[in-house]
Design a protein around this ligand. Structure first.
Ligand SMILES: [Zn+2]
Length: 488
């Protein structure tokens, strides 16, 4: 017996020892931090131009007749006036209603161009919330260390940052080897692929036989993450894929009649079973390779005792997945989500429904399709006489690689600028213009190089949207370095 214990203890000690060694060797993969020459940045001009850009109310609307197109014309003249060199040296075409396609010819036309994206439009202020704003939402005021207003974070900061970077590079006499497109859509916020300015611009590029080396669009920001002594990093979230979207209308027909003589189950009652089946039979959750890479990158940066756990992530996968499934913001990264959002029955309290209808909103994981979702609905519903109709849908995006020249450039620049920066490839939950360019580009990255904390990020599309002034200069420096890295 003693021998058995000894052997067991020995084995345990060996296992602990091996884990300690493994944890000690579990280090960030990033090589040395590259040092970059200082970049000239005209911060006062950036602040002034961002502030004035916010003042122009480029609000988009699903109904094109409701859009004040004169605001977009005004925005175009504003860009012409503020960025004279860009308008002198680059060609400009207006595509569709008001999308802007600039082209900066490089010296080597054998290289595929890159594209810098942003959108000109913003969302409106929700009626009734105007008075909750501490500063005029379209005033572009600078106060308390912020520039305030709609578009300050989504995404005039990015658009003006790109313009500032390019105007400054032109002032410095920079000539790119690789050509550069600047593509500013006019209706990203209405999320309609068919009428999207981005889709039209992609068509133009495709017709001209253009293939892009890489796209950089809005997406993640730099998020400071401090967890006690465990983790102290700035997560630079680079979106490498986007979830898809589908609204399905599910209906059940019945005879109807007076509610004084109801059947055992009305159409609405049967529909309750459909809802229960959908909610109880979620899509399969998975720790995708993308999530594993994210955890691995973070795991390598945590402090020593915690590393004993994080270096064993492959073993802990089932546990991590189980925990994530319980937390909705984490669960949505592991699977296609199911959200029952609307329901209707009869038009009056004393009338049995002749038709009950629900809308279910699905956010689809890359790798699955809208057709898979429809199949899932039919499979899990115990009620079989349902009508299933797709109301609106967008397939999930492809997944961009993390070993491309562009991703490596983003990573090197981020880390070089601040060794606390950790580039984190992630799955974008909302939509961007970028996915409309898949026909001409495989390396699509969604990243805005501004350090913004979670509290501020939540003001996007909400009240008191604002950006800290002290993160602006680094944004321009990032864009300049990215262009140099890709085009020099
Ligand atoms: Zn946006």
């Amino acid at each position: 017996m003693k021998m058995v214990w000894k052997a067991a203890l020995g084995a345990a000690a060996a296992a602990v020892g091996a884990t300690v060694v493994k944890a000690a060797m579990y280090k960030p993969e990033v090589k040395e931090a590259k040092s970059f020459p200082a970049e000239a940045v005209d911060l006062d001009r950036f602040k002034r131009n961002l502030s004035d850009a916010i003042k122009i109310q480029t609000i988009s609307d699903r109904d094109s007749d409701k859009v004040d197109w004169s605001k977009f014309e005004q925005f175009h003249s504003f860009l012409r006036e503020r960025y004279p060199l860009i308008h002198q040296k680059l060609s400009l075409e207006i595509v569709g209603k008001a999308s802007l396609m600039y082209f900066w010819q490089g010296t080597d036309s054998s290289l595929d161009p890159i594209a810098m994206l942003a959108h000109q439009d913003v969302v409106p202020i929700s009626p009734g919330t105007e008075s909750a704003w501490e500063h005029d939402p379209f005033g572009g005021e600078e106060a308390d260390g912020f520039i305030w207003g709609r578009g300050a974070l989504d995404i005039k900061n990015h658009l003006i940052g790109v313009m500032e970077a390019i105007e400054t590079l032109l002032e410095e006499g920079f000539t790119p080897q690789r050509s550069i497109y600047i593509l500013f859509g006019h209706n990203e916020e209405i999320m309609d692929r068919e009428t999207s300015g981005a889709t039209l611009m992609c068509q133009v590029l495709k017709e001209r036989g253009v293939h892009l080396e890489a796209i950089l669009d809005e997406g993640g920001a730099i998020l400071p993450v401090h967890v006690g002594k465990l983790l102290d990093v700035n997560l630079a979230g680079v979106g490498i894929a986007e979830k898809g979207y589908a609204d399905f209308e599910i209906s059940i027909d019945a005879v109807g009649g007076h509610s004084s003589q109801p059947p055992k189950h009305t159409a609405l009652g049967k529909m309750a079973n459909v809802i229960r089946d959908l909610e109880n039979n979620q899509f399969k959750a998975e720790l995708t390779p993308m999530m594993q890479e994210l955890f691995d990158r973070i795991g390598r940066r945590v402090c020593f005792p915690a590393k004993l756990i994080t270096c064993n992530l492959p073993l802990l996968k089932p546990l991590v997945l189980e925990i994530m499934k319980q937390i909705p913001p984490a669960a949505c990264m592991t699977r296609t989500t199911t959200g029952v959002t609307m329901a209707s029955g009869s038009p009056a309290p004393n009338v049995l429904p002749q038709r009950a209808t629900i809308n279910v909103n699905f956010r689809i994981m890359p790798g699955e399709t809208i057709a898979d979702v429809e199949q899932h609905i039919r499979k899990v519903s115990s009620v079989k006489d349902i009508e299933v109709k797709l109301v609106k849908g967008k397939e999930p995006s492809a997944i961009s690689p993390t070993d491309s020249k562009a991703f490596q450039a983003i990573e090197e620049i981020c880390y070089g600028m601040n060794q606390k920066n950790l580039v984190a490839p992630y799955l974008v939950m909302g939509g961007t213009d970028a996915c409309n360019y898949e026909a001409v580009c495989e390396n699509i990255y969604r990243y805005s190089p501004y350090m913004v904390n979670t509290e501020l990020l939540l003001t996007t599309h909400g009240t008191n949207e604002r950006i800290p002034v002290d993160c602006l200069a680094d944004g321009i420096a990032f864009f300049k370095r990215y262009i140099r890295a890709m085009c020099e």
